[in-house]
Design a protein around this ligand. Structure first.
Ligand SMILES: *[C@@H]1O[C@H](CO)[C@@H](O)[C@H](O)[C@H]1NC(C)=O
Ligand SMILES: *[C@@H]1O[C@H](CO)[C@@H](O)[C@H](O)[C@H]1NC(C)=O
Ligand SMILES: *[C@@H]1O[C@H](CO)[C@@H](O)[C@H](O)[C@H]1NC(C)=O
Ligand SMILES: *[C@@H]1O[C@H](CO)[C@@H](O)[C@H](O)[C@H]1NC(C)=O
Length: 378
């Protein structure tokens, strides 16, 4: 009897040790059908008027009801920070709660990385992380190590359906907001974040190594290479607005088996995906009604099957339509319109274009921030 108790205790000790890898609020595991389904909500842009916000809530509810995901992944720009009037406080937190309310009502757990617009109102990245984590169903974690750049750098493992062994991991990296290392354009994942990612990968020695996803807001430059030279599925409806400096995340991904899929947001009219040098690069589908879009609103879905391990992706659109791409755009190595640099770089260098609404917002935002004010040209 004594021996049995000791054995039971030992087993429980082991099981709970692995359960606490990830967020102790909830162990993520394959469901009883041996599947794990992720819905990626991106660029929702709450805060641009009641009608848009109500449409956001309606669509998110529709998608949750139709897809019944095991986890919602949020890849940034939940809130249109630029729509803030500069005096109403709190503001961003209330917009954020309009979003999380829908997930809570549906009982859906979620994990977040922030975008470039979330911080343009009255909350900074650390505060948004803290706010997000304060909700019971949020599985977002604080930065995995102190002093990592930006605020949403962490990993969540997904276990087999018995909750014993990690099957794959979901990495969340924070691509910041504007100007990578002071270079005009969009921000990036910094070298210290990449070093952390690289170090963590070397520690993995189970069968989950090399499997899984990396979610972030602003795409890597390699998305341009995929578009220019390779076949892909889906729509490339605007320039790829990637990091103003390529800090080398892709090299860390290629050095050792790390992730199989990267999925970004940021570019509202792009939802394409394809394989570039052995890694699948994808965009989510723009979810929200705020800000621009020339594409039907929706969300990308990833469904992972445990055994045999496989991944399927599709887009669930407003109205219920499911888009499963079957026809890729053929490889076009000498394409007539290659993209040569990350979009947004030139416009931001100017920051004076009176025709461009986003640049106007950005200019005003920079002027309100003592640390960024010097970047606005006279
Ligand atoms: C969002 O939150 C604000 C403040 O709590 C509220 O006034 C507004 O009605 C909400 N919008 C929606 C669509 O729920
Ligand atoms: C969050 O979880 C705690 C602990 O289970 C519970 O006491 C609390 O009521 C929950 N809050 C909400 C808003 O559901
Ligand atoms: C790291 O963060 C800690 C606590 O915030 C701080 O005391 C320390 O100076 C930081 N170290 C570096 C190298 O930035
Ligand atoms: C996108 O723009 C094109 C050209 O302006 C237009 O024909 C098309 O209807 C638009 N599509 C959507 C979904 O808004």
């Amino acid at each position: 009897m004594k021996i049995l108790t000791a054995a039971t205790l030992l087993l429980c000790g082991l099981a709970s040790a692995s359960i606490h890898e990830g967020n102790p609020k909830k162990q993520l595991k394959f469901n009883s059908n041996g599947k794990f389904k992720i819905v990626q909500f991106t660029d929702i842009h709450f805060g641009e008027g009641l009608a848009n916000d109500q449409n956001n809530q309606r669509l998110i509810k529709q998608i949750l009801e139709q897809e019944q995901p095991d986890l919602a992944v949020v890849t940034g720009d939940v809130v249109s920070g630029y729509a803030w009037n500069y005096w109403t406080r709190p503001w961003a937190a209330l917009q954020y709660a309009n979003f999380t309310k829908v997930l809570e009502e549906h009982g859906t757990y979620w994990a977040t990385t922030a975008g470039n617009h979330d911080t343009q109102a009255d909350l900074n990245r650390e505060q948004i992380s803290e706010l997000d984590r304060s909700f019971n169903l949020s599985l977002t974690l604080p930065n995995a190590e102190a002093n990592l750049s930006h605020a949403f750098n962490y990993v969540l493992p997904v276990f087999d359906k018995d909750g014993k062994e990690v099957q794959f991991r979901m990495w969340f990296l924070d691509s910041g907001d504007d100007n990578c290392l002071g270079v005009w354009g969009y921000d990036c994942v910094r070298n210290d974040q990449i070093e952390w990612f690289r170090r963590e990968q070397t520690k993995i020695d189970d069968k989950s190594k090399g499997k899984g996803f990396l979610f972030l807001h602003i795409p890597l430059f390699e998305y341009v290479n995929l578009y220019n030279d390779y076949s892909f599925f889906g729509t490339r409806g605007e320039d790829i607005c990637c990091w103003s400096v390529n800090t080398g995340l892709f090299s860390a991904i290629k050095e050792q088996p790390t992730v199989e899929w990267i999925s970004a947001g940021h570019d509202h009219n792009n939802d394409y995906y394809g394989t570039y040098q052995g890694i699948n690069l994808a965009y989510g589908r723009k979810t929200g009604f705020g800000s621009y879009a020339n594409i039907t609103h929706g969300a990308r879905v990833f469904e992972i099957t445990q055994d045999p391990y496989s991944i399927e992706t599709w887009v669930r659109e407003d109205g219920g339509n499911v888009v499963r791409e079957t026809q890729s755009r053929p490889r076009d190595p000498f394409g007539s319109k290659p993209q040569t640099r990350c979009g947004g770089t030139l416009g931001k260098a100017a920051l004076i274009d009176p025709e461009d609404e986003e640049l106007q917002f950005l200019r005003e935002y920079y002027l309100r921030r003592a640390d960024l004010r010097h970047l606005v040209k006279e």
